[in-house]
Design a protein around this ligand. Structure first.
Ligand code: SAH
Length: 362
């Protein structure tokens, strides 16, 4: 058992089992031993590679979408360009550079805001953006964003937020909790909370005992905060993550360390913990706030935004090896065998404005 596992076990001995959501929040954000607070998760040396870390083309195409949306809402100024969960700051860097080139008047009037929960990553992001033109500010949550139109983006933010799991037993949906086995090691068990039928997807009543359903109240709260700002001040948001467009049953809790998956209870704080994002649930929250919500696969979005043309142009200035690398990056981002299909995109916007369509859902 590592140090964080010992501490979690002590906590469970003192107050009883913890929910999956509490376990995840402790593992990811414990100030002394948490994953995002103390480790370097990203890149070849880290645990996983994200779309903006694969290629600058990702951030460039997201920036083009945001510039179009800004024009569609009447080019308001001042305006906030926010990124939720910016990791190493790569997406923000590529977006800010592209916006500066494509729409200097937007870049000049923009407040670039980074919403980041990990103080360690805030420092990494400040380093990454040092010297770039533009006004950058950091926020621990969306609550302190300026009261003005908002263009928001996020990649792999919702999957990193705590979620809860319910398992069907004797016809009831009971919450999974993490307790201790007879040797004092962490193990899954059944907690006390249950889930009402209204929260379950259609057909759940016919699912066999042992089926699992996941909900993400913290994710929905984050979406509600963004949506209510857009509803009040105008704007849009675009969010990428892996997950499903329809609510579905199943256990999607996973731990990844050194590009390999491992047991979610094996090494708390040392592995990235995620689960698939229920895009339909997030879209519902946005629509409840009166926004338009559209979804597509990442592949359809990127191809619709001109990924292949951009790759071709980038390749012109390089040699054959550079061209091969760019083509491989495009394939990783948009290919159905890679991130193109499993990853989805959700766009939310003020209704009645002509934001660029996301591409057909496949
Ligand atoms: N967007 C980056 C990083 C993804 S990892 C990329 O694509 O490479 C998830 C990021 O979200 C990390 O920066 C993590 O610290 C941050 N994060 C997780 N929960 C958060 C929350 N509730 N509020 C703000 N940031 C959060």
């Amino acid at each position: 058992m590592n140090r964080l596992a010992e501490r979690i076990a002590g906590h469970i001995r003192a107050i009883g089992p913890v929910s999956v959501a509490d376990y995840m929040a402790i593992c990811l954000f414990d100030p002394q031993d948490g994953y995002y607070t103390t480790r370097e998760p990203f890149g070849a040396q880290g645990d996983f590679v994200t779309s903006p870390e694969i290629s600058q083309m990702f951030g460039e195409l997201v920036a083009i979408w945001l510039v179009d949306a800004w024009r569609a809402i009447g080019s308001p100024a001042p305006v906030t360009i926010a990124e939720l969960g910016p990791g190493r700051g790569t997406l923000m860097k590529d977006m800010a550079r592209t916006i500066g080139r494509l729409a200097p008047s937007l870049a000049d009037h923009a407040d670039f805001a980074l919403v980041e929960a990990s103080p360690r990553l805030v420092a990494v992001q400040k380093d990454a953006l040092r010297g770039l033109p533009g006004r950058f500010s950091w926020h621990a949550s969306c609550d302190t964003l300026p009261d003005q139109p908002l263009l928001a983006a996020g990649n792999e933010i919702f999957d990193a937020m705590p979620f809860r799991q319910f398992v069907k037993q004797g016809g009831k949906w009971l919450e999974y909790a993490i307790g201790l086995d007879s040797d004092g090691a962490l193990q899954f068990g059944i907690g006390t909370a249950s889930l009402g039928v209204e929260a379950l997807p259609p057909g759940a009543e016919h699912a066999p005992d042992g089926s699992l359903f996941e909900i993400g109240p913290a994710r929905e709260t984050m979406m509600a905060k963004v949506a209510s700002r857009i509803a009040a001040h105008g704007g849009c948001g675009i969010f990428f993550d892996y997950g499903h467009l329809e609510p579905s049953l199943g256990d999607t809790f996973q731990a990844v360390r050194g590009h390999r998956s491992e047991g979610v209870l094996d090494n708390p704080g040392e592995a990235d913990l995620t689960s698939h994002v229920d895009f339909a649930a997030l879209a519902r929250v946005a629509r409840t706030h009166g926004l338009k919500a559209d979804m597509a696969t990442q592949g359809d979005f990127l191809l619709g935004m001109g990924l292949l043309e951009r790759a071709g142009r980038l390749g012109q200035s390089g040699d054959a090896a550079a061209r091969e690398k760019i083509a491989a990056d495009a394939e990783r981002l948009a290919g159905p065998e890679h991130m193109g299909k499993l990853f989805k995109v959700l766009a939310v916007s003020t209704p009645g404005i002509a934001v660029r369509p996301l591409g057909a859902t496949s």
